[in-house]
Unconditional design. Structure first.
Length: 115
């Protein structure tokens, strides 16, 4: 069983105890990022409630996550295409090398006949 880490996060003045399998520093960084984003939203829109700030922060994070996932999927597809192109090129090179070898043998045989 993976050890659990208890991490204290302070977000918008409230303290949250989180039990996680992740590295505590990582979780603290997440908490700091959320705290900063919520404070930024609150400062830009002082009439919003804490819940509204949290919802907007969640929407921003979900949007970022979805866009990052789409970008990663796109990169994976491009890499797959590059790997397939490289494999096809390798096969073509092998075919051409065999043809060069065959032509070299034929040339050598012709030289022997003429010599």
């Amino acid at each position: 069983m993976t050890p659990k880490n208890k991490v204290q996060l302070k977000i918008c003045g409230a303290t949250y105890s989180i039990l996680t399998e992740d590295d505590p520093d990582y979780v603290e960084d997440l908490g700091e990022m959320i705290d900063a984003e919520m404070k930024s939203i609150s400062n830009s829109n002082p009439s919003l409630s804490l819940i509204q700030c949290a919802v907007l922060t969640a929407l921003n994070q979900a949007d970022s996550s979805r866009k990052a996932t789409a970008a990663a999927d796109n990169l994976r597809a491009q890499i797959k295409d590059y790997i397939e192109d490289a494999a096809r090129s390798k096969i073509e090179v092998d075919v051409e090398r065999r043809e060069i070898d065959r032509l070299n043998r034929e040339l050598e045989n012709l030289r022997k006949r003429l010599g």
